[in-house]
Design a protein around this ligand. Structure first.
Ligand SMILES: [Zn+2]
Length: 159
């Protein structure tokens, strides 16, 4: 490994130690030419999660894109920012789980996972997100969705 001090490729490993969570190995190295000591980390290469879009093309999964969407939908809903953060995290976890070992997920499956989690947090944010992600083909579908939520809210009130 290239020495950060002199650029030499001759080094020896002084010490190897796994990180506490076991996901990486930390190695202390010593340059054989200048004697500088430096650290390298070894990690399992993770296969990128790919999203299959409606037009069947693929793009790498980007949680920030989804996060932006969630933030827009939860805007002015007075939801604790920490709750929104947790929400994004749990959506990400369920997407990774859903994608499985193939590491491929469809954009509509991402939308469904996000909707499932959003629904638990805020019905209005859920409808906002649903209207974008499912790109409702007609008004009727949209009204059905709102009525479904109204029923849930009503039954909550009765309890
Ligand atoms: Zn060196």
């Amino acid at each position: 490994m290239k020495c950060p001090e002199c650029g030499s490729l001759n080094d020896r490993v002084i010490e190897s130690r796994p990180s506490t969570d076991g996901t990486s190995i930390r190695r202390r190295r010593e340059c054989l030419d200048c004697g500088a000591r430096f650290t390298s980390y070894e990690k399992v290469e993770e296969k990128t999660l790919m999203v299959q879009k409606r037009d069947k093309s693929y793009e790498p999964f980007d949680i920030r894109k989804l996060e932006r969407g969630i933030r827009i939908c939860t805007d002015k809903r007075q939801i604790d920012p920490e709750v929104v953060e947790e929400l994004v995290h749990s959506i990400e976890q369920s997407i990774i789980k859903e994608a499985g070992s193939k590491r491929i997920i469809t954009s509509s499956a991402i939308g469904e996972e996000a909707l499932k989690e959003l629904y638990k947090v805020d019905p209005v944010a859920y409808v906002r997100f649903a209207s974008v992600y499912r790109s409702f083909s007609d008004v009727k579908q949209f009204v059905q969705e709102i009525e479904k939520i109204a029923q849930v809210v009503d039954s909550d009130k009765q309890n």
